[in-house]
Design a protein around this ligand. Structure first.
Ligand code: HEC
Ligand code: HEC
Length: 504
């Protein structure tokens, strides 16, 4: 009897694994290494430089905004004061006005508001200042709809944890896989200057050079990255993390910790450690900013989830109900057709290598219109860059309103969901799929249609998503997810963490 039970469980396990292999073109578990290169003389020192830059509040034009300011909570942002963007109609439907507290909830489909992340108060750049002053000199440019409030992004902040596996980054994939050293756009035609040799598989580096001088996110408008009076001049001269506390057990920065705050090194010293003396200058800083931040973000791999343990053969890593949920995920829910392979997304480097650049509807691989919002509100993959070139590579109509399939690791920790942040819970996400989307967009992916899930199917699927995909090191902010302290505007203080601790 007992051996028969074990046989049944073993057969069920094999069936799940076989389904995965079929959906991802053979790219099975375990999750592999980061595909992003770290071309430094001293790769560990590049990770160090990247981690310090990512968390450093001095980067912001007001001396208060780091990359981490919108990515501090399990890689995403859970602030609720002043985080609504009014969306296509320009009206704050759910909170009445800019700068209000938002009580997390699922939006009624009639509202086009977006749960975004706040960056900087609108202003125009004049100059960077001496080391004593983290803020730049700027003049006010407080424009509608945010005026004196911090500007809020028009899309929800996805976690950067695990983003190393994405072939292209951002919801529309505009952070190109070929890094050009200056801007996110590779050599697609949208690049802002001449492009020399590009670095392939480097979407994270392309991504990382976007926000620092963006006038919604981190900077007063008009601050250059390189050259005189630039972010390069500002950062290279400064003590790294001068305004923040580093935990003595920080897995990357602990050994370089200064007391009471910051590191013992300037960014010029960190850059020389990583790339060699005299290599990084105020004229090429953006290239090394991109590569160093990519090196750090590529270490954030959440591969110790119950699903990983289950797929490695530990059949008790998921409860019976979670295993049933996994069965719905890879079976009648058809979730794993798009959330494929160990990356849980068809937008991965691996999936494109195995299945090509065009998806089953004819759109760009890894991008789909799920009927989350009306297509015209945000064209997503079919949007255009600064030189008017579409991000869509194949030009299919299925790229209109299509967004990148998110990898779902840690998804329980990163509400709200979808590109607009319009769903507050995983149950609300599953309900949207079960009814085949909220809007009957003509470009909707063919697979997004009513699923006929029963209530126990839905409950098991939500249980699997909630409890089967969390890496407890992420939840506990332990290495590699440990970090310096952060003081996000309009959010609670985030203390420094460090070390490995006890995570089962
Ligand atoms: C003001 C808030 C804000 C700041 C500051 C910010 N981000 Fe983001 N981040 C976002 C938003 C919003 C998106 C999604 C934008 C989009 O797709 O159009 C995003 C997307 C990303 C992604 C892509 C993840 C994916 O799955 O596509 C990465 C990686 C990332 N950010 C890293 C960084 C880095 C590195 C910095 C600093 C150089 C930074 N962010 C600064 C809000 C922010
Ligand atoms: C046709 C491809 C496709 C299928 C099938 C699919 N997804 Fe998705 N999934 C996506 C895309 C694309 C997005 C982003 C859509 C957007 O924001 O507009 C997404 C978003 C999500 C999110 C939100 C994640 C976040 O961080 O915001 C969750 C959760 C999710 N899907 C779970 C599921 C589940 C569960 C199923 C099966 C019932 C499923 N998906 C089926 C492509 C797909």
């Amino acid at each position: 009897m007992k051996s028969r039970m074990i046989l049944i469980i073993a057969v069920a396990l094999l069936a799940v694994i076989a389904q995965y292999a079929a959906d991802d073109g053979g790219n099975g578990f375990p999750l592999g290494a980061s595909p992003s290169p770290n071309p430094a003389a001293n790769p560990a020192a590049a990770i160090r430089m990247g981690k310090a830059l990512f968390w450093d509040e001095q980067t912001g034009g007001d001396g208060r905004i780091a990359c981490a300011t919108c990515h501090f909570h399990n890689g995403a942002d859970n602030r609720t004061l002043n985080t609504i963007n009014p969306g296509a109609n320009g009206k704050f439907d759910v909170v009445g006005d800019a700068g209000q507290v938002f009580t997390p909830r699922t939006f009624s489909p009639q509202f086009d508001d977006i749960v975004g992340s706040q960056g900087i108060v609108g202003s125009l750049f004049v100059s960077v200042n001496s080391n004593a002053d983290a803020a730049d000199t700027c003049t006010p440019n407080e424009t509608a709809p945010f005026f004196h409030n911090r500007r809020v992004t028009g899309r929800n902040t996805p976690p950067m944890i695990g983003a190393t596996f994405n072939r292209q980054n951002f919801w529309d994939g505009r952070a190109n896989d070929n890094f050009n050293g200056n801007d996110p756009f590779g050599n697609t035609g949208n690049q802002l200057g001449a492009v020399g040799a590009v670095v392939p598989f480097s979407s994270l580096a392309s991504q990382a050079v976007g926000p620092p001088n963006n006038p919604t996110e981190m900077s007063c408008e008009g601050r250059p990255f390189n050259g005189p009076n630039s972010l390069a001049v500002k950062m290279l001269a400064r003590q790294a993390l001068k305004l923040q506390v580093v935990d003595p057990n920080d897995s990357v920065l602990g050994a370089y910790r200064a007391s009471p705050t910051g590191l013992t090194k300037t960014y010029a010293q960190l850059a020389a450690d990583a790339y060699g003396t005299g290599v990084v200058t105020t004229d090429n800083f953006s290239r090394f900013w991109g590569l160093a931040v990519q090196a750090y973000v590529s270490t954030l791999i959440p591969n110790q989830t119950p699903l990983d343990k289950f797929m490695a053969g530990n059949s008790s890593a998921l409860t019976n109900n979670q295993q049933r949920g996994l069965g719905v995920f890879s079976g009648k829910g058809q979730c794993s057709k798009c959330h494929a392979g160990p990356e849980l997304t068809d937008a991965s480097v691996n999936f494109a290598a195995r299945r090509g650049l065009i998806n089953e509807d004819g759109g760009d691989q890894g991008f789909h219109n799920n009927g989350v919002r009306p297509t015209a509100e945000d064209l997503g993959r079919a949007g255009k860059g600064p030189n008017g070139v579409s991000f869509s590579q194949g030009g299919s109509k299925f790229d209109r309103g299509a967004f990148k399939t998110p990898g779902l690791r840690n998804v329980n920790l990163t509400a709200p969901y979808f590109h607009n942040g319009g769903k507050a819970t995983l149950a609300a996400v599953v309900d949207l799929y079960d009814r085949g989307g909220d809007f009957a967009n003509p470009e909707k992916a063919k697979r997004i249609k009513p699923l006929g899930l029963g209530s126990s199917d839905k409950a098991n699927l939500v249980d699997f998503l909630t409890n089967g995909l969390t890496d407890c090191r992420t939840a506990n902010e332990q290495a590699p997810f440990d970090h310096p302290s952060l003081n996000p505007p309009n959010g609670a203080f985030v203390p420094a963490t460090g070390g490995t601790g006890a995570c089962q």
